[in-house]
Design a binder for this molecule. Sequence first.
Ligand code: SAM
Length: 320
Amino acid sequence: MELGGVQGTSDDAAVSKLSACLLGYYEDDFMRIFVGKETRRSPLINRGYFARVAAMDMIIERFMEATASGQRQIVVLGAGSDTTYFRLRKRGFLPDLYVEMDLEGVVAKKLDVIRHYEHVQEALGVTAGDVDAALASPPSARLLRSKNYVLTCADVRQPELFETVLSSLEGFDFSAPTLFISECVLCYVEPRDSEQFLRWALGKFPHAAFTSYEQILPDDAFGRTMLGHFESRGCPLLAIKSFPDIQAQTRRFETMGWPQVEVFDMNDVYYKCIPRSQVRHAERIEIFDEFEEWHMMQAHYCVILTSRSQDNRLEGLRLL
Ligand code: SAM
């Protein structure tokens, strides 16, 4: 099933993640099933995806450590074919609830893959019947659920529906610390829509953290090429013009009232935040001499981490 426009970007991410993990940049036992045709990416792209996944993993790990004493939840916006749930499960590191949300086409496609693999159903704690029932439901009620895992449809541009979906999940607790992950998702959403979502999350959750991986610096030659690439694929980067750099991204969250905001470009994340042992491992995998392109590419992506907690529970959740 080929998805177009913004939903098709999920397949691109999956192909690149698979390329990186088949070469050994990181371990992932489940990515293979979500990709139709394997394609080996360049060392530059592989290293970039390694850094992206390592950054998100590191934030999840810090969130889990900061909230170790009680209930906690992770909500993945635009989860696509992401397989983080399986990797966390393998490490015995799951939160009480791990909720994946995406647009209807992507969720249907993910369910269709899950339907074909018994070992995946087993890892998720669901049955083939559960998957069939989810596929047979209308998209507005489509839900695959086990004790720790939820896959469902939700559009981040509609926070009121988002709230309805989350409220309907047994065990979901708006007062429990909750990490929202947007890995290349809010970049495709009009700034007024992402603002509405982020204000809603801030108002609704007393202990919330939000992380995003997204593009910056649209105005130089690399940035213009990057914008053109996404536009030609029918999925323009809608956020980057309003939040073109680290300062604008920081202001974006601070003016909404998120109290603790860190934004770093991926050069800083790679060289200062990701555990050195992982970086050393990644750097041994492929011959790599494109350092100028590497630093330029990484300067065009950033990680945002912000949190607020009424009792300072999330204060230690930081990039640096
Ligand atoms: N986060 C996944 C990853 O990094 O592997 C997928 C990233 S993919 C580049 C972008 C994802 O965002 C797609 O799965 C797309 O369907 C989803 N997306 C885009 N706009 C969305 C929206 N308004 N609401 C929910 N999901 C959205």
